[in-house]
Design a binder for this molecule. Structure first.
Ligand code: ARG
Length: 269
């Protein structure tokens, strides 16, 4: 069945974890008293970049800035569809200075950046399905930003409410497999949002809390290969049963900051 799954080459934007650290706590995963091993983080991150390139994807990077330890989570910096860049306004004061550095990269690459007026954390909460945008709210990105994104992008934006603080960004609870399907952890969503997801994706691959806590939903799919945390074993098995090819990449050091594979990856479309 995996013969029928088709990989589409992607263009990814990343940021090297040279200055990665956990210096403040803005989500339940973060504990500044628990040190991160920056050398191990670098190794893990290089393995992710290597896996993307080995599967034919293009990877470009933004220069990391000292004093911005979460800048490695490039997914949060913008949401790009049709070459339109919907920039970010971070919820936490500690992360707000990241935006200008990403905006500089986008401008140099030939893109105009729309700066949202309301809190919006890029692909952390805005997820492109191929036809419309799924947009998370509850912890970071606001409803007002959903409205702004729809107005700017001209694509329908469907709001989903997150209810579990461990899954504070939509990309920790759901990822897109291909143009037809998604994978998610239902309990991360409000009852109404769960019903919306059921109606939109009746054949979705559902994950358990264990998979979600292992950052299994913070995955990147190219339509065939799914770059996924190795501890999300049950989920990797379910994906294989559906014809996808799990590619395990361990970013355990980044879990200490509440991030994983998808958080370290922004797609430019
Ligand atoms: N420490 C970062 C924060 O709390 C982690 C961001 C993870 N990124 C993501 N796309 N979920 O903002």
């Amino acid at each position: 069945m995996s013969e029928s799954r088709v990989r589409r080459p992607r263009r990814f934007l990343v940021c090297e974890p040279r200055h990665f650290a956990v210096q403040y706590a803005i989500n339940p995963w973060m504990n500044p008293d628990r040190p991160v091993d920056v050398d191990l983080a670098q190794e893990q991150w290089q393995a992710l970049i290597g896996a993307y390139r080995a599967h034919g994807h293009t990877v470009e990077s933004v220069e990391p800035v000292p004093g911005l330890p979460d800048m490695v989570f490039s997914a949060n910096a913008a949401f790009v569809v049709d070459g339109r860049v919907f920039g970010s306004l971070f919820h936490a004061a500690e992360r707000r200075p990241e935006s200008v550095h990403y905006d500089t990269w986008f401008k140099a690459a030939g893109y105009d950046v729309h700066r949202p007026e309301s809190v919006s954390e890029g692909e952390g909460d805005l997820v492109w399905t191929g036809r419309y945008v799924l947009a998370g709210t509850g912890f970071r990105t606001t409803r007002e930003a959903h409205r702004e994104a729809q107005e700017f992008l001209g694509h329908p934006v469907i709001g989903l409410t997150l209810v579990d603080p461990y899954f504070y960004h939509l990309d920790t609870a759901l990822f897109v497999l291909d143009d037809d399907n998604v994978c998610y952890y239902p309990e991360a969503f409000s009852a109404g949002s769960r019903e919306v997801l059921r109606r939109l994706f009746p054949d979705a691959v559902l994950a358990t809390r264990e998979d979600a806590m292992a950052f299994g939903l913070n995955s990147v799919s190219d339509g065939r290969n799914v770059f996924i945390a190795p501890r999300a074993e049950a989920l990797a098995g379910a994906l294989a049963d559906h014809g996808y090819v799990p590619v395990p990449v361990d970013l355990s050091e980044f879990h200490k900051a509440g991030g994983g594979i998808k958080c370290c990856t922004q797609e430019i479309r």
